[in-house]
Design a protein around this ligand. Structure first.
Ligand code: ARG
Length: 463
């Protein structure tokens, strides 16, 4: 039987089933580099405060560094019966340097230790997420810039609505991913608080220097209440919520890519390297990557709900339930980061089929609103204009005409307000160009938006 660090008050071995049920090492071992970093900072501080001697600290740190190397090189022997990453490392340290290893845990508990480790881990993930979001945003801006002149139908209710620039459509996603970035940046601040020093729940009688540890680990603040610090998982919930929102955006983008690639739309093509085939239908080229981004978002939403449910009934302070924070967290991280990279590849790789987008604009009387606006300028109240254009559209449907194919004398049977100059209002280019309002689809506005985004990205990359 492996000696458990907490074995003192126990007189029989742990039941095998209990060991299996309570152990978390198969998933929390990925916290090891952070656990060791935090332990080294803690040991240094203990020595500086003369709680342990300098030689003891040196031994501990050398031992920890050796363990870190073993783990990195895959030589470390993980033992599930030692429960979790913290006790595995502690036991290994004992084997390496003997009883002095036992001094590392002075003024510390696994409760503040695990909270510290997860914060360090998540801070790295968030930084990587922000980087990948920046790449994705850059790919959208690039694609928008390359296709500034391309017009496609804009949809509401998945029905043809008004013509828009493809660049405007792509930049709509840029906005979503910019907000996702801001959310992650805000979560980072929440994460970056040091709980170490809270010990089990009540703090510690030893004269530790919490600021020193926090500084060494790059934390911006100290947790202010030890009881809160060991039971707070809000920062994970905030991250899971931010990630869920981001996955919702990725899923919407994925859905459009899937729709646009279907022959019914035919708006884009994707490179072969980003698609997969069918095992029975030889002709198939499927957008499985986009489908899986859409599909995996469900699990990410579930992870948020899972952790909310774990914490909602917990009395203060630490409860073992909190160990259940890690699997949803890791799963979300392992979904979000690759999904961001793959979405970038999809955006970079997608090839707009401009002729098909153009052809689609021929259907659905996309410039009907423009005709109504034209009549408003000629003096008709908008509601009346709307009604009248509705009748003209019905006429077009009956005759199989597009709005711009209606002869002037037919228009004039509806109202003498329509004159020769109407045809300019009915073109796709004219329609788009007139929507010059800030935030609108006019080419000059979209160019400005692209330029602003490029500046924003350059600034963020430099920051
Ligand atoms: N493996 C535990 C977790 O993830 C570490 C903290 C355990 N603390 C305790 N008092 N049992 O939450």
């Amino acid at each position: 039987m492996a000696q458990k660090p907490w074995g003192g008050r126990f007189s029989e071995a742990t039941d095998k089933l209990v060991e299996e049920f309570t152990q978390s090492v198969h998933f929390d071992k990925r916290l090891a580099p952070y656990d060791i970093r935090a332990s080294i900072a803690h040991a240094r501080m203990l020595a500086k405060q003369k709680i342990i001697s300098a030689e003891e600290a040196e031994k501990i740190i050398a031992g920890l560094e050796e363990i870190a190397r073993e783990i990195e090189e895959g030589r470390f022997h993980w033992r599930p019966e030692l429960e979790d990453v913290h006790m595995n490392i502690e036991a290994a340290l004992y084997e390496k340097i003997g009883p002095v290893a036992g001094k590392l845990h002075t003024a510390r508990s696994r409760n503040d230790q695990v909270a510290t480790d997860v914060r360090l881990f998540l801070r790295d993930v968030v930084d990587e997420g922000v980087r990948r979001l920046r790449e994705l945003r850059q790919s959208l801006v690039n694609k928008a810039r390359e296709n500034l002149e391309v017009i496609l139908p804009g949809f509401t209710h998945l029905q043809h609505a008004q013509p828009v620039l493809l660049a405007h459509h792509l930049m709509a996603y840029y906005e979503m991913f910019r907000r996702d970035t801001l959310r992650l940046v805000a979560v980072r601040r929440e994460i970056n608080v040091c709980p170490l020093g809270s010990a089990a729940l009540a703090g510690t009688p030893f004269p530790i220097d919490r600021e020193m540890v926090a500084r060494e680990l790059g934390f911006e603040a100290l947790s202010r209440n030890s009881m809160d610090a060991v039971s707070d998982r809000d920062f994970i919930i905030s991250f899971l919520a931010a990630a869920a929102t981001c996955l919702a955006h990725l899923s919407r983008l994925a859905e459009e890519i899937i729709l646009w690639m279907s022959p019914e739309f035919g708006f884009i093509d994707l490179p072969d390297k980003l698609c997969t085939g069918s095992s029975i239908m030889p002709q198939k080229k499927n957008p499985d990557v986009a489908e899986l981004i859409r599909g995996k978002s469900g699990r990410v939403f579930g992870n948020l709900l899972a952790l909310l449910t774990v914490v909602k009934g917990l009395p203060l302070t630490y409860n073992r339930d909190l160990q259940e924070d890690k699997e949803p967290l890791f799963d979300t991280c392992d979904t979000l980061l690759p999904a961001l990279r793959l979405a970038t590849l999809l955006v970079e790789g997608l090839v707009p089929r401009k002729e098909n987008m153009r052809a689609a604009c021929e259907e659905g009387h996309l410039t009907a609103t423009d005709l109504a606006d034209y009549l408003v300028i000629k003096g008709l109240p908008f509601r009346e204009a709307h009604h009248l254009v509705g009748q003209i559209v019905a006429f077009c449907e009956e005759k199989g005409l597009r709005l711009w194919e209606v002869p002037l004398e037919e228009f004039q049977k509806f109202t003498p307000l329509i004159e020769e100059d109407v045809y300019e209002w009915l073109t796709l280019e004219g329609s788009v160009k007139r929507r010059k309002v800030f935030g609108g689809t006019a080419p000059e506005r979209v160019s400005e938006a692209i330029r602003a985004a490029e500046e924003e990205l350059a600034k963020e990359a430099g920051a």
